[in-house]
Design a protein around this ligand. Sequence first.
Ligand code: SAM
Length: 328
Amino acid sequence: MLIDNHARTINYLRLAVTDRCNLRCNYCMPAQGIDFVPSDRLLSISELKQLSGLLVGQGIDKIRITGGEPFVRKDLMELLQHLSQLEGLKDISVTTNASLIGPHIDQLKELGITDVNVSLDSINRDTFERITRRKQFDTVHGNLVRLISEGFNVRINFIVLEGQNEQDIIPTLEAMKHERVSVRFLEEMPFNGGAKNFNTIKWNHKSILDHITAAFPHYRKLESPKTSTSINYKIQGHAGTFGIIPSFSRTFCGSCNRLRITATGDVITCLYGRPVANLRDLLRSGQGDKQVIDTILGAVSSRAKTGFEAQALHADTVFDSSMTSIGG
Ligand code: SAM
């Protein structure tokens, strides 16, 4: 069991497999992209397998694969196949922009990987293509429809962006009315590779809920797991649900059960903190599993209590990075 210095059990690993992405979402990185790291600095497939095994041995029972765009990585399915055989790992999920997932859907099903979060910041083609700076709407939408119709447990991540997609909140809920999906609205965070700075947001969790309430007054709040970051609701007459994630307001830190490992092996114990160790260098120095586990235990035993506390420790640099490097 990994238990942090605030008595929180850490059983959930968000494992980034690359910092590269084929989209250029304007809230995530500048138009020209970021300085992607040389590929030999990314964790190799065998390092990813080794780390996953070590962490599952320490009580991690849920791994979400993220990035960058995970499906940019040609050997991703080899990792997923390995994870699907790890005893003790109960839950494997993937966060993706859904542009490259199409050829892998059958194999994901065969491996029993059915939890897929799809980032879709608008159901409107023009808005989507303006935000992502790429013409991928048809592919993404087609893959989303296929995932839903093939029975995957799909959650849509929609970052609410002032002046960009607020007009698409309600149409996106309308479009998904008959689908058994969860549409989750997230607050924007300033992890955009220096594209813009901000200290407050117009679209916080309260204003998002007010906006939805005005259009759909008949909804009820759902019970959610204690460690859930989303507050979840069901609109009367809708097949699925919607959720709101206060990712900027950070009202959920008290029950945080997450650990992040970036594609370069950095250990991040809070999204709003800086990396506290690097496991790739340890693995490559040949120091052995014990050293890696001790480093992870050390990281977990000195976590900030909240995202605000973590941010205060590195106030000058915390927002320099992009979510594509952190592994959102
Ligand atoms: N490429 C995959 C995808 O698009 O889902 C996985 C990586 S992406 C960095 C993970 C999540 O982070 C996505 O849902 C994305 O919308 C979110 N994200 C990226 N930048 C963000 C920001 N500045 N604020 C809030 N969420 C952000």
